[in-house]
Design a protein around this ligand. Structure first.
Ligand SMILES: [Zn+2]
Length: 321
């Protein structure tokens, strides 16, 4: 029996979320791939659309469930970070709450119907509309972390960040953190940003997903047209970074006051402790309100690319050893 592909919708908190279900000819792992947890992260959505379509011609073991666009309200409203209905960031709400607002309910439905029961979870992201980003993968400390690290290495991005649960954790309530707490190996994979569909970022995601399939033992013999009808990378593609830089701290920097943010560094640039990362100034340009210095040596993983920042606004995420 060949690989079968079923496109349907799943009722998640009253939303008809598109799901591509791919069943291989033989039993094997259950891999869940999600994109569009944030509504304007188009490169990762484009990659999951392209990659899931390419699976029809593969000789696959096991099952893949791929969601190209999860957060339909934010996608349709072109709303970065938050769901317009309740102003909440979906990726801070996992594992969710069936009695909460839309973000809580969508997180709960996603967690119980898509993530629970998976043998591995890949949550594909990029910088949102106003975010420039250096490709990286994030995983959590915990019982499944060795397998999560293996997924991160397989995905092949240049940087890997390991997060420990606790007060120092930069970001909690994510898909991958909730999965890790349930013992499911999971990563958040980030490439692309700024509301663009850059082919290079799409290719990074597609190649990463292909290597995850290979690392989980889900690929049988390549089908005759291994590259797929849409140019997807063939199985076993080795374009990923062979030796990623593993970072143990993720420091998110915010401004005190609202104003005009002007970064002085770029994503992926090595910065020294104490180096100027950017300034927040008055809109009239007359006064610098705050100079943002690097609290540690590291590499900016993402930088807010929009000059408009609110009080306590997120400016930059610094990966540090
Ligand atoms: Zn995101």
């Amino acid at each position: 029996m060949p690989t079968t592909v079923l496109r349907r919708t799943l009722d998640l908190a009253g939303l008809d979320v598109p799901v591509v279900e791919v069943s291989g000819a033989s039993d094997g792992p259950r891999l869940t791939v999600i994109a569009g947890v944030h509504g304007c992260e188009y490169a990762s959505m484009a990659a999951v659309r392209q990659w899931s379509a390419s699976l029809a011609v593969r000789d696959l073991r096991g099952r893949v469930r791929a969601v190209p666009v999860l957060n339909l309200p934010a996608f349709r409203a072109r709303s970065p970070f938050v769901i317009p209905e309740d102003g909440k960031n979906l990726n801070r709400c996992f594992p969710g709450d069936p009695a909460g607002t839309l973000a809580d309910r969508l997180a709960h439905a996603t967690f119980t119907q898509l993530i629970t029961g998976s043998d591995a979870l890949i949550d594909a992201h990029c910088g949102d509309l106003p975010e420039a980003l250096e490709p990286f993968a994030l995983y959590e400390a915990g019982p499944s972390e060795e397998q999560a690290l293996a997924l991160a290495i397989a995905y092949g991005l240049g940087y890997i960040i390991r997060q420990e649960a606790g007060p120092d954790r930069a970001v909690g309530g994510t898909t991958s953190a909730a999965a890790a707490e349930a013992g499911i190996p999971a990563i958040t994979a980030e490439a692309g940003g700024c509301g663009l569909i850059e082919q290079e970022a799409v290719d990074l995601h597609v190649a990463g997903l292909n290597r995850v399939l290979a690392s989980l033992g889900m690929l049988g013999e390549p089908a005759s047209d291994a590259a797929g009808p849409d140019g997807a990378a063939p199985p076993g593609d080795e374009r990923g970074t062979a030796r990623p830089v593993v970072l143990s701290r993720f420091i998110w920097l915010r401004c005190d006051e609202a104003g005009w943010w002007q970064p002085a560094v770029r994503p992926g640039e090595t910065v020294a402790e104490g180096q100027l990362l950017g300034t927040v100034s008055t809109l009239d340009g007359g006064q610098v309100l705050q100079s943002i210095m690097a609290p540690a040596a590291g590499v900016p993983m993402f930088i807010t690319s929009s000059p408009a920042v609110a009080a306590d606004g997120l400016l930059l995420g610094l990966g540090a050893r």
